[in-house]
Each structure stands twice: as C-alpha cells, then as structure tokens.
Design a protein around this ligand. Structure first.
Ligand code: ZN
Length: 725
C-alpha cells in the first residue's frame, strides 16, 4: 500500500541534508497529503545532543557522524521516540527494536525502518561527497558527454559532486588527465566550489551554473585527437584542508575528433549617411575593431571549431545608408569573386558587418545552400545594444553567428520567436537547447581579452542561434550539422584552376620620378577561347524586377553550375546585340524571407562567355529586367597614380589613361604577402580615387595596392602602389 522505499532513498529532494520527510496517508502517492509525517534524521551529534533536532540542521563534525538519528513524529509537535518503530538492519533480517535516540549503524549497512510492520524506509550513514559525473564540454554537452569533442578547441571539464550533509562544504580539487601512452597530467580546479547539500544528487541543477561545479580548464597539450581519460585525483575540504574520500569516483574517457576550421573573411563596412538634413554633412559609420573581435571570439567559442581562420578588412559601401543587406551582399559577392580569383582560399565565407549608428540594417544571408557552398555571402548589423540579454557590448557576434549559420545550410527553426519554420527536424521545443534540465547545457568558455566570463547556458532557457529568440547559442543539433558541413567544405579544393588565357595585365604604375622608377605598361589583354565574367544581380521574383549590380571579369576560377529551368537567365550578347548564349542561373533567395515577403534574392554567377560578349541582360520570367553594356572603350594604360599616407588613412588616386570612358569601373586590391594574395577593398568604383582605412593592416607591414580598370569583360592594372602600414 505504501511507497517504494528505494524511491525514497534515491530521491535526493527527500534526502536534503540531515533529514527528509515522508508524508503518509495517501496510498496512491505517499508523498502527498495525509495526517502524519515521518521525519528521519541522519547522523548524530554526540557532543551536542541538543542539536539533534533534525528540524534545525547544523553542520556536524565528521567524526560525530557515527550513528543514525531516527525520529518518528506526527504532525503535532509531540515527539515520538524511535522506540515506537521497528528497525531491520537488512531487508529480510529479523526486526530489531531500537532503544533510545541513537543507533550505531554498522559500516556498509542500511537500516530498514518498519513502521506498523508495513512501510519501510532505508537509512544509510551519511555519504562522503559523491561524484555524479565529469562533463567535458566545449560549447554544448550532455552529462554523459554524448556531443563529440573537437581537437584543439578550448575545453572545460566540469566535475559534479554531491554533498548530502547540510548545509554543504566548500571544496577544491585536482583532476588527473591522461592521454593514451603518456604520463598523466594533474590539473587544478580554477576555483573552489560550494557543494550545496540542497543540490545533492541533482547534477542537472549544478549544470545550470558554473559556480556549482568544480571546473578544470584542460591545457592545450591534452586536446589532441584521440581519447583522453579523466578522473578526480583529489578533493580537499577547503575549510579544514582535509583530503576527502569520494564515492563513485570512476574515470571518464572522452574522445577528441579532428578539427576542421571555419574560414571567414569579415569586412567592416564603412558607409555615409545623411543623418541630419542638408546642408549638414554626411555622417560616416563603421563597425569597430571591438565588433570584429567579438565576432571572431564568438565564432571560436560557439562554433564547432578549434580554429577560426580569420581575416578582416574595411570596405566602403557603394551605396549611401540606409541600404539593404541584399544590396550589401551583392557588393560582398563581387568582392569575394575577385578575391578568390586573386588567390584567396575559395572555402572562405564572407560576412559584412554594418554598424547601426546610421541605420539598423537587418541582416541576411544570400542563400541557404543545401550543398557545401562557401560562396554564399551574408551581412548583418552590429552595435552595442544588449537586446535585453547580451551585455558584452557588441551584438554583432551572435547576429553574425546566425547569418553565417545560414551560409552553412542551417534553416530557421520555427521557435515561436518570429522566425519562419523551415526545419521540421529540430528536436527541442521553442527553439531551446534542450527540453529538460537533463539534456544539453551550453557553455561559453569566455574570453578574458574581452572580459567575457566562463558561463553555463541552461538548455531550457537558452535558444538555438537559428531562432530569433533571446539568449542565443548553438544547440547540439546546429553544432553537429555545422560541423558536418565544415568537414565537407574542408575537403573542397582551396583554389580553383587558374585560367592561363585570361591574365591580369600588369600595367605597372609610373609615379613621380623622384619616388620610383617608372615601369613599362603592358597594354593589351591576351585573348583566348573564352572569357570568365562574374555577374552579380539583385532580383525580386515576385515583382519580376532586378538590377545588374556588378559585371567584372575573373582572372581565374570556375564557371558556376547552371540551373536549367531557372526563372532567371543571364543573356550574353555581342556589341551588336547578337545573342551569344543564355545561361539559366541559380537564385540565392534571402535567408530571412517571411511568408508575406517578396521573393528577393541574389544572382552570383561566374560565366564562361564568348570573347565577343559586350552586353549582359538579366531576364526574369522571360522579361528583360536589366541590361548592362560594356564601355565602348576597353581600359588602356597611360597611368599615373598618387598615394598619400596619413596616420589613419591612405588616399590613393589614379589617372587611368589619356581618354577614359566614364563607364569603366575600378577594383582596388591590397596584398600584404608580396602579391601572392590580393584582397579586394573596393569594387565597382566609378571615381578614380579611394580612401583606405589604414588600421585594417598590421602596423609595419608592407602593403601593395593595385587598381584594376574594367569594362566588365577585360581588365587592366592601371595603377600600383605600396606603403608601410
Ligand atoms: Zn535567419
């Protein structure tokens, strides 16, 4: 009729400190209701018997805990002595009446209390601190370490200990870590922790707060690929300095898998905006170094990577603020294509950060690729707004983590926080990191350089980064899938084939004779059987509108795959408008479209075209949405350039030739490795000058600059310069 005593014993909330309570009187659920309660105390203070009232818990001297205190009482204040109960030492052994308030419990034995000869409760000697588990975590983890670890990624071992003796004790410890075939390494806990008896037996309560576990930051030497065995070597009661015995102290073994890096180039976007009405001057805004540092740090902490292969630069938006992220992404796509052609690893993702000082640019990725496709670009806002939960001074970090998540193929989850519901497989409710406290817990290893403390993110109050919810982190679901995509992208080739037939002609700049030796311009691009061009267009499929944003030749690379049946075609024509070829192209739809939004997206296509190509048409659903015509005059040499290096900026201007077609545009590139790799700082420029943010280069580095003039199909280096950052 009564209860299962084993449940009582294992139910920690009933074993709180020195006592637990059990209500009787409800046969179906003995823990509810009833006129009587039984109160059982554990331990006995020999020296101060007046403290033995279990309702006034008091820390016991460990050597006092030799017996078991047992009291049975009704709800009234009248106490019953243990004489009214019958005790069995072991189940099935003969009942033994207990006399007095003290009973010495033989080592290792349990007491079975039998009251009315029908209901039983097991009592034990107080436990030593008990090891509940060792959780080895990098960003998101379960108590049994089900989430795979990434070699080389910052790792924290959290040791959960139960202390059943109220109120608890403060401890520190040493963790012993051993890699196969090597000597063990001892690691000290980063801080003392108080083992609150209220949490005893409940590691999931401890997991919610870094302060409730004993934490160990594993040294980098232990994080190589392969297994690692961890055990608690020693535990010290910090109040007394005594070494504590630990119950259930068994080692844990975890496995570190290979790391596959996240490659990202982040561009701080500088833009002008008419904030105050004219004649007030334009205001200029740019993401700060702090914003970039936050994103870099966050990606390293939250994403399943040991390394963020990071580069950054500062570019000028080609549009005045406010502009959309779709337009920003068009510029990024044009820049990225030039960079890849100029030697940048083609597995690099591009992300633009737009400071919210002038306007709030809602972020988006131009596409959610189903297959590995690092060419998908994204951009988003940044600033210091906390949004009510992020108080580290920059929100561009997790915001960037969301948009970059799209570029790794991650969809919106449909958490109820406002984003669309595009991923039916997400396993947790409301976009949470877990359905229950026993599930995944996020951990942020922190960043001392940014003042970000190590923190635990409980799975039921934190949300996946692919939602619009507050408290964003990576769930194991997103973590695992981004890791899978990173592995696939890492296997892609780093560089495309170099097309020998379309070199960039190095027309080397001649400047003032006192500054450099004039070099000889080469004037003509070599021609071959095909020309590779890169076309970027913004499209609105709903309205069948679009705009060709950039047409540039590519000096190297692959043509994009075509999409037969696509709603959008790029038509390439000769100067006399003879159709040379029509290319069905992929539309990379904006990641943040709601069900009511126009279907807007980006065309970002490298096309191998006939050398006679001079005209590009954007065709949407059969209608011509926009036309690009090459300048009548191809770029030519006859160059001079001028560079002024100031403290914060480099002003570069050039004269592309004696006669210049105003339809020519310019691409500006910088190299800090002697010309092996070029990063694009400007594309589609219509004016022959640029002001380059100097702080984007490491001080002391020699920076080479080059200016390419293009009519869309051919390009020529019309100026080159160098300066020391
Ligand atoms: Zn999104």
């Amino acid at each position: 009729m009564g209860f299962d005593p084993r449940n009582v014993q294992s139910n920690a909330t009933r074993f709180s400190g020195r006592e637990f309570r059990l209500r009787k009187g409800n046969d179906a659920n003995p823990f509810r209701g009833g006129p009587e309660q039984l109160i059982f105390g554990i331990g006995n203070n020999v020296k101060n018997p007046e403290l033995n009232d279990p309702q006034t818990p008091y820390p016991l001297e460990s050597d006092d805990i030799a017996g078991v205190y047992i009291r049975v009482s009704p709800l009234s204040k009248e106490s019953w002595s243990i004489n009214s109960a019958i005790v069995q030492l072991f189940e099935g052994s003969p009942p033994t009446p207990i006399a007095g308030r003290r009973y010495d419990l033989p080592q290792g034995a349990s007491i079975i209390l039998q009251e009315d000869g029908s209901e039983k409760v097991y009592l034990r000697r107080p436990d030593p601190p008990r090891l509940e588990g060792i959780e080895v975590t990098q960003a998101i983890q379960t108590l049994d370490n089900a989430i795979p670890l990434v070699a080389g990624k910052a790792t924290v071992a959290r040791v959960y200990l139960s202390c059943y003796q109220a109120p608890g004790m403060t401890v520190r410890g040493i963790l012993r870590a051993q890699r196969l075939g090597t000597l063990p390494v001892d690691v000290a806990s980063i801080a003392d922790t108080f083992l609150d008896a209220a949490n005893a037996g409940n590691p999931n309560a401890m997991r919610k707060d870094m302060n409730l576990s004993l934490n160990f930051v594993l040294p980098a030497a232990l994080l190589a690929e392969g297994p690692l065995s961890l055990s608690l070597d020693s535990l010290i009661d910090t109040a007394t300095g005594t070494l504590l015995q630990v119950a259930f102290d068994s080692p844990s073994t975890v496995h570190f898998g290979a790391s596959h890096p996240l490659r990202v180039r982040v561009l701080a976007v500088r833009y002008n905006q008419q904030v105050n009405p004219p004649p007030a001057p334009l205001s200029t805004f740019v993401a700060t170094a702090n914003d970039l540092q936050h994103l870099r740090s966050w990606l390293g902490r939250a994403y399943p990577v040991a390394d963020v292969v990071w580069s950054s630069g500062t570019i000028d938006a080609n549009n005045q603020g406010p502009f959309t992220a779709g337009v920003m992404n068009a510029q990024l796509a044009a820049i990225r294509a030039q960079d890849i052609a100029a030697g940048v690893d083609k597995r690099t993702h591009y992300y633009g950060m737009v400071a919210d000082g002038g306007f709030f640019m809602r972020g988006l990725a131009s596409g959610i690729p189903g297959q590995p496709d690092p060419s998908v670009v994204a951009s988003g806002p940044t600033g210091s707004n906390s949004w009510g939960w992020d108080f580290d001074g920059s929100y561009g970090d997790w915001y960037g983590g969301h948009e970059l998540g799209h570029t790794f193929g991650r969809f919106h989850l449909g958490s109820g926080c406002g984003e669309t519901s595009d991923d039916p497989n997400y396993p947790y409710i409301f976009g949470q990191l877990a359905n229950y406290d026993a599930g995944c817990v996020g951990i942020d290893v922190g960043d001392a350089a940014l003042g970000i403390a190590i923190a635990a993110y409980p799975g039921t109050t934190w949300h996946d980064v692919m939602t619009y919810c507050n408290n964003q982190w990576l769930s194991d679901y997103t973590y695992h899938r981004i890791r899978t995509r990173l592995v696939a992208e890492d296997a892609l080739p780093a560089a495309g084939p170099v097309l020998p037939h379309l070199p960039i002609e190095e027309v080397v700049a001649s400047g003032r004779p006192d500054e450099r030796v004039p070099e000889i311009p080469a004037l003509e691009a070599k021609r071959a059987g095909r020309t590779l061009i890169h076309v970027v267009a913004t499209v609105n499929l709903t309205r069948r509108q679009g705009k060709i944003e950039y047409v540039n030749p590519l000096s190297a690379g692959d043509a994009s795959g075509l999409k037969p049946g696509s709603q959008v075609q790029i038509r390439v024509l000769s100067a006399d408008e003879r159709l040379l070829r029509e290319y069905p192209v992929e539309v990379k739809l904006n990641s943040e479209l709601g069900p009511e939004d126009d279907k807007e997206g980006l065309i970002d296509a490298a096309l191998a075209v006939d050398p006679a190509a001079r005209v590009v048409q954007l065709v949407i659903a059969g209608g011509i949405a926009d036309t690009f015509r090459a300048a009548a005059q191809a770029p030519s040499g006859g160059v001079s350039s001028r560079v002024e290096v100031e403290k914060a900026a480099v002003h570069l201007s050039w004269q592309p030739g004696p006669t210049v077609d105003t339809k020519l545009t310019y691409t500006i590139q910088a190299s800090t490795d002697g010309g092996q790799t070029w990063y694009t700082l400007g594309v589609g420029l219509t004016e022959p000058s640029i002001q380059i943010h100097k702080g984007q280069f490491e001080a002391g580095l020699e920076v080479r600059l080059r200016v390419l003039a293009t009519d869309g199909f051919t390009q020529l280096v019309v100026a080159s310069e160098k300066f020391t950052a």
